[in-house]
Design a protein around this ligand. Structure first.
Ligand SMILES: Cc1cc2nc3c(=O)[nH]c(=O)nc-3n(C[C@H](O)[C@H](O)[C@H](O)COP(=O)(O)O)c2cc1C
Length: 148
């Protein structure tokens, strides 16, 4: 069973809600799970040989919410290669914006660049189609947890 850190980027709380729904689903599969908002690089690095699940919305024009922006920049500038990290991404967004799910896609691209191993596909959640994101994310999480 895996040790999983869930790293949340949220403005209005949707991504946090998704994380709070994901936590018991993964725990029920026997994983050890912790949710982080405003995570530090040290907290991220604690999972460098384990599993990270990034759950982030997009704000501004394809930007990261404040609760995950500093972490993203620290991972980009200070982490380097991280081949032992396995990860997944749930990206919340709204297709009426130009940079649909931009933050989640950008975090995924960075981790690919750094040699981390993505488990499953990035889940893009469109707020216009899914007013209750958990109805899409919880089945995805159930499946993702089984791939670990
Ligand atoms: C001011 C503002 C800017 C946004 N910009 C984007 C964007 O560039 N791309 C996108 O896909 N969604 C964008 N969204 C949609 C949010 O990502 C979406 O509503 C999401 O569910 C919010 O989740 P949160 O409550 O965790 O922040 C924006 C929403 C607001 C209010």
């Amino acid at each position: 069973m895996a040790k999983i850190g869930i790293f949340v980027g949220t403005v209005y709380g949707n991504a946090l809600l998704v994380a709070e729904e994901a936590e018991p689903v993964l725990q029920a599969q026997g994983h050890e799970v912790k949710v982080f908002e405003d995570a530090t690089l040290a907290q991220w690095q604690n999972y460098s040989r384990d599993v990270a699940l990034i759950i982030t919305s997009t704000t501004g024009q394809g930007d990261f919410p404040d609760t995950i922006s500093a972490l993203f920049h620290d991972v980009k500038d200070k982490s380097g290669h991280q081949p032992d990290l396995r990860y997944g991404v749930i990206a919340l967004g709204d297709s009426s914006y130009e940079n649909f799910c931009g933050a989640g896609k950008t975090f995924d691209a960075l981790l690919q660049e750094q040699g981390a191993q993505r488990v499953g596909d990035v889940l893009l959640v469109d707020a216009t189609e899914n007013p209750e994101p958990e109805s899409v994310t919880s089945p995805w999480v159930e499946n993702w947890g089984q791939l670990l």
